[in-house]
Design a protein around this ligand. Sequence first.
Ligand code: NI
Length: 226
Amino acid sequence: MMLHIPGVLGPADLERARALLREADWQDGDATAGPLARRVKANHQLPLDSTIGAAVGQRILERLGETPLFIAAALPRRVLPPRFNRYEGGGTYGRHIDNALFRVPGTDDYVRSDISCTLFLSDPDEYDGGELVVEDSFGAHRVKLPAGDMVLYPGTSHHFVTPVTRGARLAAFFWTQSLVPAEADRRSLFEMDQAIQALAAEQPDHPSVAALTGVYHNLLRRWSQP
Ligand code: NI
């Protein structure tokens, strides 16, 4: 499932994030790529110990906690601190699948990358190219969203970023380990959650709202791995 989540960052947060990131020390994306990824990766990233990255990332994590659509779709158990990249001057990242496990900085713990997210920090008219292309069994989906919007997709997907031929594309990206590891189970729960909410909005006292909510929780009980 791919999901567009609008307005994760509002105008004030965006402005602050972009001002901070302009002053940051960017490094060549090679530094964080494995030997295979290095052959396809041409961008800039913030070092993982960047204090600016930590500050902006913390604000993104706070906003995720206030974004019901993210919580319903991801059923997050752990979210890795966001990372940041910048593509310009033909920068690109070829077709790949992300690593399965990422170490949580400063700990011996790992986050399994069930879900990948990209939060766009540049508006589409600021650059040409720079589409995130995500492949699934129904084909390739091209994503280029307004600044502040986010796309969520399964960590199991092949994906790539097309070359940025004008301007600069700034984005945050991060991985989430879900309480529900299986993508098909997560999708069913999300669709059920959205249907229950639509029904509850129209007919809050309908007995099926409570009945379906009970089924939702019983499925979550079966499928979750807290
Ligand atoms: Ni990737």
